[in-house]
Design a protein around this ligand. Structure first.
Ligand code: ZN
Ligand code: ZN
Length: 420
């Protein structure tokens, strides 16, 4: 037993999963590039205040889940629980608003939340997120939603469902919240403990509850769509029209409200029924005031984020395999210790020619080296003995057919040229 174990809620990505994660991240960056997004990398930690302001003091994230700490200089810092706040901070701080609008940024990074660990949910987890800043155009909403969905389609993730709604704006939402609060307060006794706590502090969050009893009461709750202003309604209508233009199928859920305080107007979620109760794979929406709230220009924006582990879970559930173990093209074996340095040198030469090469270390007999080559699923072996070094012709063995021939290094390289 190791003296140490990983911290609860964290994960080791062993090679196969690490490669899958890397593949998904890289695919996202290149896929998003086709829509004009460019990669941004922000720090893992920021001033706590940044997140409190954007996500909202009354949310679970801030109250219970944020990893907050003081550094040795006494600064109040937090590991980022989400990506948008950091991107917006960087956008303002680096004057990215001077770029042609909308400014489109993608991030691929770890997030940290002190949540109860469960299937596909970790305390350190990965997100792929996108932010398009500087346009209120509903056509941009449609493009962003289509990108989100299309990326998952490109990965062959099936059975996706897109849910959209409008969350209104700062002028009309307070009116709705008042009506909602009244409704919820009257039914308070019917709700679970978490919900009844939320009614006072953050009534929109009640919709997050997965409990059947609460959901039943909520199905009769007033709908935000009946309370949003004319401008929001018009905006939402256009989003729907543009989505139809793009042949994107959607369902309107009048009770879809995204968790963070900064969301306005279009909100959306992509769910995957095979993920069970944790069925959201991506979510996003407009946040038209956040940049101004942070002291930046008055620029509306929209963004979304994927839970990368959820995508990986979908891969597992659908038995999508992306990788096979990389097997060596050539296994370089040496006959005696005296030829080990030649084997080392020849391995390096072959790698320079872009071949995948392994060799044996430690004291081993040739026979045991070839057994190792077998275990590694090497396709061929190159045997380096005294004779071979003298003549410059090496024994090259096809490990599948067991056929062998004498070849120079150049001839060995040429063998692979046709297949590479
Ligand atoms: Zn409004
Ligand atoms: Zn509840």
């Amino acid at each position: 037993m190791s003296k140490y174990t990983r911290v609860r809620g964290t994960q080791d990505f062993l090679p196969e999963r690490a490669e899958l994660l890397h593949f998904i991240n890289e695919s996202a960056v290149s896929f998003f590039e086709n829509y004009g997004y460019r990669l941004i990398i922000t720090p893992t930690f920021e001033n706590s205040e940044l997140f409190k302001r954007s996500v909202g003091e009354s949310t679970d994230i801030i109250q219970k889940e944020m990893y907050e700490f003081k550094d040795k200089g006494g600064r109040d810092l937090a590991l980022r629980p989400e990506g948008t706040a950091s991107v917006v901070r960087a956008y303002i701080e680096n004057n990215l608003g001077e770029l042609p609008k909308p400014v489109k940024l993608i991030y691929v990074s770890q997030m940290f939340r002190y949540e109860r660990p469960q299937a596909g949910r970790y305390r350190e987890f990965w997100q792929i997120g996108a932010e398009a800043i500087g346009s209120p155009d509903p056509a941009l909403d449609a493009e962003v939603i289509e990108l989100c969905l299309n990326f998952l389609n490109s990965l062959a993730v099936k059975d996706l469902k897109l849910i959209i709604n409008s969350m209104g704006c700062r002028n009309c939402r307070p009116g709705y919240i008042k009506v909602l609060k009244k409704f919820l307060s009257e039914k308070e006794a019917l709700f679970c403990k978490t919900c009844s706590q939320r009614i006072e502090q953050n009534p929109l969050r009640v919709f997050d509850c997965k409990q059947k009893e609460c959901q039943k009461v909520l199905s009769e709750a007033p709908k935000i769509s009946d309370y949003i202003c004319e401008e929001d309604k018009e905006h939402f209508e256009k989003v729907k029209i543009y989505l139809k233009t793009l042949n994107v199928e959607f369902v309107i859920d009048p009770h879809l409200v995204r968790g963070f305080d900064y969301y306005t107007r279009t909100a959306f979620e992509i769910t995957l029924s095979s993920l069970g109760s944790q069925d959201a794979i991506a979510g996003g929406g407009r946040y038209d005031y956040l940049i101004k709230d942070y002291g930046g220009p008055d620029e509306p924006a929209i963004g979304f984020a994927f839970g990368t582990e959820r995508i990986m879970l979908a891969f597992e559930n659908q038995n999508i395999t992306v990788f096979t173990e990389p097997e060596p093209d050539v296994f370089v074996a040496w006959v005696e210790e005296a030829q080990k340095s030649d084997a080392l040198r020849i391995s390096a030469m072959l790698r320079e020619k872009h071949l995948r090469v392994s060799m044996a270390f430690d004291s081993r007999k040739l026979k045991s080296q070839l057994k190792l080559a077998d275990k590694l699923n090497a396709n061929t072996a190159l045997i380096v003995g005294e004779e071979e070094i003298k003549s410059g012709k090496y024994t090259f063995k096809d490990l599948e057919s067991a056929k062998q021939e004498k070849l120079t290094i150049e001839e060995v390289v040429n063998k692979f040229k046709d297949n590479k």
